[in-house]
Design a binder for this molecule. Structure first.
Ligand code: SF4
Length: 171
């Protein structure tokens, strides 16, 4: 299964990220309930990218997905730059989804994902394989079920304080 609706594709990368972060956040975002245009964390991420990789350009593909930078080595490398690895799984699956998109929609098979954590001098290599594709499809199905159900109960975690929906959930 590959979701083919442009509208769904437009938000799916972010949805996959939120799926690993918080289901309430995923539900609110998917129902277009947005509390702010840009969080401090997003601004920080942009600053980090411009300082650490000032010669690299951000890429937007099909006006749908956006990657911090791309390199053409013996394969196509998609790079994301992140502040910390606390949400590594969310970063990994969002990047996997972009790789999946390029494979399915553009026919690019020789592709690697790399998550860069410049502050930690760490790089994580991401490979898209058959089992990851199956997992992605399961996640996409779960997201669909979740957003077509009632809003999930908020569960307070360490990330709530920095979340755009904090007031919505907890004040
Ligand atoms: S404040 Fe916490 S529970 Fe509410 S959406 Fe954000 S992360 Fe989820």
């Amino acid at each position: 299964m590959f979701i083919d609706s442009e509208k769904q594709l437009r938000i799916i990368g972010t949805q996959i990220n939120y799926y690993f972060i918080c289901k309430t956040k995923l539900w609110l975002f998917s129902h277009h309930i947005q509390m702010e245009q840009e969080s401090d964390l997003v601004s920080l991420g942009k600053l980090l990218h411009s300082k650490s990789y000032k010669d690299e350009k951000e890429y937007t593909i099909d006006n749908l997905i956006s990657v911090d930078f791309i390199k053409k080595q013996d394969c196509l490398e998609l790079h994301e730059v992140k502040k910390s690895s606390k949400m590594e799984k969310a970063h990994e699956y969002q990047l996997l989804y972009y790789m999946y998109y390029l494979k399915e929609k553009k026919g690019i098979k020789n592709i690697k994902g790399i998550i860069n954590y410049p502050k930690m001098r760490k790089k994580v290599m991401i490979d898209l394989n058959e089992s990851k594709e199956k997992e992605l499809n399961t996640i996409i199905g779960d997201i669909d079920n979740l957003i077509n159900s009632d809003i999930p109960k908020s569960e307070r975690t360490k990330i709530c304080r920095k979340c755009a929906y904090f007031e919505f959930c907890w004040v």
